[in-house]
Ligand binder design. Structure first.
Ligand code: DQQ
Length: 539
């Protein structure tokens, strides 16, 4: 349906057509970044799941390759589900993935490249004696999936985690292996959290507390903490916590039990699910992939002929300023798409005003904005306490200190707009706290798509301005506040704010304060995402 073609993105990874979900087995090999993904080659809805495959030299421009794995064995006939890659010290690649078998039992399978010296890794061999793990006693036959990247422990054995649940408690089962073909279940879980339900797509990795490099998955040490992430099936959200890993006993303890996995922080307060990270040995960084699911209807997806995109890959770091969260930033390579830029300095946005920014094309943007509240100290004494208006509200709701921020993918008459904003609230003790929000209630005139307000409280430290980096790509808005302490991905479906009609505005809906903003906006080029010309090259 050409009527919906403007929703296609220009620099996000998505297949040419049909359905995609989780990113799988990201890895770097012989000059190429490889991305695999859950893919239905036949339709724009979930089903018949295979592993799609694409490669890139820079994480931005992608070449589609033939399907890497299809459901063709008794142990994966109902679907080649999510899995991860492990690169052994000698460079050998092992993939563990979940197969939905002939009897709809979830089992873990091993696969490896048929030819390691092929940079494109075109052909994959499934291990002849698959499956290598079956649901252990006490685990539901359909509650056992998504093996992680393996890491090696102090005893030289490899560890792999598989997500599951027992009743309503989400759990991470740990297995040991020395050869990737036989596995021993550890007699206790790595971690569990009551009432969080099935844990899908677990990710477990170290972060450095004293450097700005990412860490290889097996790294442990004094300046290392470990992030545990679970995709909470019941909520369709990726939750993480920072904690300490004991590599001898294979247990992990969150720094703050009240912010444990599934009840504390989310990677993304909008739409991002089933994410997976990998270590990039070239740039010594940890990169996160995540699936941005649709929030329109299945009929809309059939009309478009495709569903879902992958988020722009993000670099992950520990936030040593707060010590309580990770930071996520789009990989630096995205900057190679920047075209002309426009800069606005110290723009006054008076209480109750909206300021258009004359930037030309506004459907493919990268921007960085800083906001400062004017005279907050003198105002504070008289402001009414509004902390009972919780969290994120409609952007047009006026309160003492906001909302203020940017309205993106807006049309000139503001019939459609997506406000990305901050809102400051005075606590009972007189201290300020900040919310970071995205209001999708007016993103689209289409009635059938989701219209929700998302967001979270966000740490803003003494002396910091309110800062946000925003990427806009036709129907996706990814917003990273305070250096990536909180992220919101908005999946929006404008019908008016499209092509040349899309605009960008600053706004301040506070009743009591003026705000100044400085903002730099870059137009972004489109990325090349197309089939690999396999017939034209030798590989
Ligand atoms: N998607 C896969 C599963 C995983 C789920 C199936 C998460 O392996 O648990 O497509 O989105």
């Amino acid at each position: 349906n050409a009527m919906l073609s403007w929703q296609r993105t220009a620099y996000h990874f998505q297949p040419e057509k049909n359905w995609m979900n989780d990113p799988n087995g990201p890895l770097y090999h012989m000059g190429w970044y490889h991305l695999f993904y859950q893919y239905n080659p036949d339709s724009a809805t979930w089903g018949n799941i295979t592993w799609g495959h694409a490669v890139s030299v820079d994480l931005i421009h992608w070449l589609y390759l033939p399907l890497a794995m299809v459901p063709d064995q008794h142990y994966d006939r109902k679907g080649v589900w999510t899995g991860s890659a492990t690169i052994l010290p000698g460079g050998e690649i092992k993939i563990l993935y979940t197969g939905d078998d002939d009897n709809s039992i979830q089992v873990q399978n091993l696969a490896y490249p048929s030819n390691h010296s092929d940079p494109l890794l075109l052909n994959w061999t499934k291990y002849e004696a698959n499956p290598v793990m079956v649901p252990p006693e006490g685990i539901g036959l359909s509650d056992f999936r998504d093996p992680t990247t393996a890491w090696v422990g102090p005893d030289g054995e490899w560890r792999v985690i598989v997500g599951s649940k027992i009743n309503t408690t989400g759990i991470a089962l740990v297995y040991h292996t020395t050869n990737f073909t036989s596995y021993e279940l550890v007699d206790h879980v790595l971690h569990s959290v009551a009432m969080t339900g099935m844990w899908e797509c677990i990710d477990f990795y170290p972060v450095s507390t004293n450097s700005s490099f990412g860490l290889e998955t097996s790294m442990v040490g004094p300046d290392v903490k470990h992030v545990l992430k679970a995709s909470i099936d019941d909520l369709t959200k990726d939750y993480y916590a920072i904690g300490t890993y004991d590599p001898v006993n294979d247990t992990w303890t969150p720094d703050d039990a009240s912010m444990d996995v599934g009840i504390g922080l989310k990677y993304d307060y909008g739409w991002l699910y089933a994410s997976k990270s990998f270590y990039d040995p070239v740039e010594k960084r940890r990169i996160l992939w995540g699936w941005i699911n649709e929030t329109d209807t299945e009929d809309d997806d059939f009309a478009k002929g495709w569903a879902s995109v992958q988020a722009v890959p993000r670099e992950i770091l520990y936030d040593d300023k707060t010590g309580t969260n990770i930071l996520q930033q789009p990989v630096k390579e995205i900057e190679s798409l920047r075209l002309n830029s426009t800069e606005f300095e110290d723009i006054l946005i008076e209480a109750g005003s909206i300021v258009p920014l004359d930037i030309g094309m506004a459907t493919q943007l990268d921007m960085f904005a800083e906001f400062e509240i004017q005279g907050i100290d003198s105002f504070k004494a008289t402001a009414a306490t509004e902390s009972n208006i919780t969290e994120c509200i409609y952007a047009e709701t006026r309160t003492s200190y906001g909302p203020f921020g940017l309205a993106v993918l807006a049309d000139g008459s503001l019939s459609e707009l997506t406000p990305i904003y901050f809102r400051v609230v005075e606590n009972d003790d007189g201290r300020l706290k900040t919310y970071f929000c995205a209001d999708e209630s007016r993103s689209s005139l289409a009635p059938e798509v989701l219209h929700t307000v998302y967001g979270s409280e966000i740490p803003v430290l003494d002396g910091e301005k309110y800062t946000v980096r925003i990427l806009v790509d036709h129907s996706i808005i990814e917003s990273f506040a305070q250096g990536g302490r909180r992220v919101i991905t908005s999946r929006v479906y404008p019908t008016q704010a499209i092509y040349g009609a899309a605009r960008l505005f600053l706004f301040n809906n506070a009743t009591g304060i003026n705000v100044t903003a400085s903002i730099k906006v870059w137009e972004l080029n489109s990325a090349f995402i197309r089939p690999f010309p396999l017939d034209q090259v030798e590989h």
